[in-house]
Design a binder for this molecule. Structure first.
Ligand code: ATP
Length: 275
């Protein structure tokens, strides 16, 4: 499914946090949304998911505005993986994943054996079958992250919105997670994810977008968006984009932050929060 955002403004009450955002992501593409803390990435996601009403502009899925869609209809098309959280009750992993089937159940209907087997398939596809009967609240942050992705997969959406899917993961698991996301997109899923690591856009995305406080929103190919100049303007640090050739001969791009050696650094961190 294609996701198109046109001139979207979002925020709380009548106060915009994000203004004039436009981008589109085609079926099977991955878009990585970058931006500093507080730039509005989660606010944008909440608006895409209709948890917040847009202050302006439209969200379209396959050419149709989602403005009048019920939460349930939207949930059949769009899955959401929030940042790993603590569940209030000690549910088993299989129960948490089966909750992903809610959008497909009738009013007051309970999940049946087909729903349970779809939940089992989701666990299996992420190779976390061994967590099936564990208690969600007793899992590590990384394990919870995987369970939340399985829950979104059980929802069987065509579009997956993922809020920092690699937070809480160690170096190796971050890359394994990006590989999983790439596999999902290879199966035709449209993915929009946030990351605090611009390198993740180089590693697994087709498109990138950058939210910068007080500056226009940028979206386009990873090469166009993830540039040294754009990263400096977004994050307020010195950073260069370098290219090297891996042992396999493949050319790989990476972002290299450059530490300042004077004492301006901390002052800049503090100032960057309030431009
Ligand atoms: N419920 C709310 N009511 C009012 N303002 C809010 C609310 N939630 C978030 N904000 C504000 O909106 C702005 C954007 O927050 P948001 O969580 O979308 O940023 P983000 O880019 O996801 O940040 P991070 O990378 O730190 O997760 C922040 O200034 C935040 O304080």
């Amino acid at each position: 499914m294609m996701l198109e955002i046109e001139n979207l403004s979002c925020g709380y009450g009548d106060k915009p946090v994000v203004k004039d955002v436009s981008f589109s992501v085609r079926a099977g593409e991955i878009m990585c949304l970058l931006g500093p803390n507080g730039a509005g990435k989660t606010t944008l996601f909440k608006t895409l998911l209709s948890f917040l009403k847009p202050l302006g502009g439209t969200v379209k899925i396959n050419g149709q505005s989602t403005a009048g869609w019920s939460r349930q209809v939207l949930a059949r098309a769009v899955g959401y993986v929030p940042q790993a959280h603590s569940a209030p009750f000690p549910f088993s992993v299989i129960d948490v994943v089966t909750m992903g089937r809610t959008a497909h159940l009738g009013l007051f209907a309970a999940p049946n054996s087909k729903d349970k087997s779809i939940a089992d398939e989701a666990l299996h596809s992420l190779q976390i079958d061994s967590l099936r009967n564990r208690i969600y609240t007793e899992l590590s942050g990384g394990e919870r992250q995987m369970v939340l992705i399985a829950r979104a997969l059980a929802q069987q959406p065509d579009i997956l919105i993922m809020d920092e899917p690699t937070s809480n993961l160690d170096f190796g698991n971050q890359i394994r997670m990006l590989e999983q996301i790439r596999l999902l997109s290879n199966r035709g899923m449209t993915v929009v994810m946030t990351s605090h690591f611009p390198d993740h856009a180089f590693l697994c995305s087709d498109r990138a977008a950058l939210l910068r406080r007080g500056l226009p929103f940028l979206a386009g190919s990873v090469k166009e968006v993830v540039t040294s100049g754009n990263l400096i303007s977004a994050y307020g640090i010195d950073v260069e984009v370098a290219e090297f050739t891996a042992a396999s001969g493949r050319k790989v791009k990476t972002c290299v932050p450059l530490m300042r050696t004077d004492n301006k650094s901390l002052k800049n961190v503090l100032n960057h929060g309030s431009p």
